[in-house]
Design a protein around this ligand. Structure first.
Ligand SMILES: Cc1ncc(COP(=O)(O)O)c(C=O)c1O
Length: 396
């Protein structure tokens, strides 16, 4: 029987149930009240070769905490890639700093170092580099630019748990890195995030900012700050999932490999890349249709919907979104690669429940859609992305 195909969702087993039950029964008093948070933070930091970790309610708050910890505020500029989830950029606005958008690399879909330098001004404080869909940017080049120009590199590793770049884990780059444990991510706590750091002073500052501006154990607040404290119960789930990380990353990679295998007879399809120096954790299998296919993401998603199949759009360029006063012609001019790739990209179902039979069903559906479009010209180079009528799959 072919079960329903889900776009995203976790893999939770009896192993997690036992650990969460322990937290539920015992994780409330004295030393136990934050025991799973402390264990999860310590082991997650060690795994990523970082000195310090702070669990947060989600990844968005982890980014916010780091920007605040670095003292980024009104009058400062922070650079983000055009194509990412809005969460990478929203905390810049929370801090009343200015968001500056940079184009992406045509192959790895992450910040293009060749375009970054032009965006740096004397107001620039940081660049938030995103490991999109598990792909790794050219970290050496980006770090070199940041060091030379005296700006912080922040790594948004929300989507790259398990990825590696030249033998270093995603999450080891820059002054700090952040992860997401959202329901749709490789390991989940339902909602959750983590901030990783190496600098003790910055860690102490972020820890202070995380809990209402007070020294631990005191009720004496010296600043008005945030309440971004983690839950021990959720940390127990994160910790249990983390102990299964190899198995979880392997399944994500399996989904990606199976899609490539079932679509190997179709030319000009571009999946998450994995160059020799990268291991891709492939949080989500993404696919960019080569121009020879003449299809837009909206066309493909609409056809999928008609067939009852889920899909999601490749991230819209942020300057295209009304949230950033888009659609904006200047954004398109400044970031032609982001607009072009985003127009032709979709995300394929990457729930842990996905079976090979389902991958085959989706692949065959895609082949029939592409076959039907052969010879048609969508005029992609002239088209504009449309405000979406989104696919029927889960909204989050
Ligand atoms: C690249 C990126 N950054 C940040 C986030 C924010 O994560 P969260 O939903 O845990 O706040 C996400 C989550 O979807 C993401 O994909």
């Amino acid at each position: 029987m072919n079960k329903e195909i889900y776009m995203a969702g976790p893999w939770v087993t009896e192993f997690e149930e036992k650990i969460v039950l322990d937290a539920l029964r015992n994780g409330w008093y004295g030393k136990n009240a934050y025991a799973y948070v402390e264990k999860f933070e310590a082991e997650f930091a060690a795994y990523h070769d970082r000195q310090f970790a702070l669990m947060t309610p989600n990844c968005t708050t982890a980014i916010h905490l780091l920007l605040a910890g670095l003292g980024i505020t009104e009058g400062d500029e922070v650079i983000v890639p055009e194509c990412t989830w809005i969460a990478s950029a929203a905390p810049i606005t929370y801090q009343r700093a200015k968001t500056v958008f940079v184009d992406i690399d045509p192959v790895n879909w992450c910040v293009d170092p060749l375009k970054l330098e032009d965006k740096i001004t004397d107001k620039t404080k940081a660049v938030i580099v995103v490991d999109l869909y598990g792909n790794m940017p050219d970290m050496d080049a980006l770090q070199e630019i940041c060091d030379r120009r005296g700006i912080y590199l922040i790594e948004d590793a929300a989507e790259s748990l398990g990825s590696m770049y030249k033998g270093k884990r995603a999450g080891k780059f820059g002054v700090g890195s952040v992860f997401s444990f959202h329901r749709t991510k490789t390991i989940t706590t339902g909602e959750g995030g983590m901030l990783l750091l190496d600098n003790k002073e910055l860690y102490e500052r972020c820890k202070f900012l995380r809990d209402h501006g007070r020294a631990p154990g005191t009720y004496f607040n010296t600043e008005v700050t945030f309440k971004y404290m983690p839950s021990n119960l959720l940390a127990s789930l994160g910790y249990a999932q983390f102990l299964r990380i190899d198995e979880l990353v392997e399944k994500k990679r399996w989904i990606w490999k199976k899609f490539m295998e079932h679509l190997s007879d179709v030319p000009d399809l571009h999946f998450n890349p994995e160059p020799a120096h990268v291991l891709n954790g492939v949080w989500c299998t993404a696919l960019v249709f080569g121009k020879s296919h003449g299809v837009t993401k909206q066309y493909m998603m609409d056809e999928f919907t008609k067939m009852g199949l889920p899909s999601r759009p490749f991230f819209y360029p942020l300057t295209f979104l009304p949230a950033f006063n888009g659609p904006c012609e200047e954004g398109r001019k400044n970031s032609p690669v982001a607009y072009d790739i985003s127009e032709r990209g979709i995300n394929l179902p990457c729930a842990f429940s996905v079976t090979e039979q389902q991958i085959e069903t989706i692949s065959n559906a895609m082949k029939s859609i592409l076959e039907k479009r052969k010879g048609h010209d969508f005029g992609i180079q002239h088209s504009t992305q449309k405000i979406p009528t989104d696919n029927a799959s889960a909204p989050y």
